[in-house]
Write a protein that binds this ligand. Sequence first.
Ligand code: CP
Ligand code: NVA
Length: 310
Amino acid sequence: MVAVADSLKGRSFTRVADWSSNELLEVLDLADELKPRQQAHEEHHLLPGRTLGMIFQKPSTRTRVSFEVGIYQLGGTGLYLSAADLQLGRGETIKDTAVVLSRYLDAIMIRTFAQSDVEELAANASIPVINGLTDSSHPCQALADVMTIRERFGRLEGLKVVYLGDGNNVCASLMVACAKLGMAFVAATPAGYRPDEEAVRIARDAGGSVELVDDPRSAVEGADVLYTDVWTSMGQEEERQQRLQDLAGFGIDAGLVKEAGDDVIVLHCLPAHYGEEITEEVLYGPASAVWDQSENRLHAQKALMALVIR
Ligand code: CP
Ligand code: NVA
């Protein structure tokens, strides 16, 4: 049976910033242990009878399916809760929702708009709260990202990760994770699309090398990882035309991958928009680790749940 330490039991995971490098590595190590077990269909019921409530205020394919399947594989059950169908959507407070759900569930995963709503939920819940994406962060994605990078290179320390495009929620969480785990981070974005200043400060305070540049071609030199995400995130649909104009030239195509070198890998959290931030050729090409990355959402989140749920 897989051994799971008690040290993280009860902890929420709302931002990468709040977890130490060792705590993040604990998740990655357990994820690496659980992955082959799941692939061999070996039972690993680390959370028998536990229930995860999953509140969604935005759409999802990967987050929903990987959490629901993940808790099931751990011996528990997942409950999909559309925010619109909860009393939360009719004005019940986050505090009351947190207190009540803590009486039924063993953990809550929430995908919503404001990071402050997730923090408020966590502050008032007596069970762990896991952030499944907000406007400013996507910490579970960052776990799967670093898991994939370590899987491909056998290490994290000293690698160079270049993020191209919109300095959004995914960029912010990845940047902080890279900083904590010894990777150099470069964000190549147009001037108005730089990553959140607070996230940059947190990453630099954690000792990370973070460069903000506006030339994608020179940024990819010496890169080990190229990363991109959609140019129009959920909730920004009205800005789409402007964003397409502003971000043109920051997409990953075969030419850019070639400039980065032979051993570079390409990551994308998905969903992808072909011909915008990435081409179909790159997504399905030899440098792409995107499909493993997507699978690793399952393994990383199972490890996270097994560590924090009592
Ligand atoms: N990457 C990610 O979070 O995908 P979903 O929006 O499909 O959950
Ligand atoms: N930045 C994207 C990520 C989707 C997983 C969004 O917030 O829509």
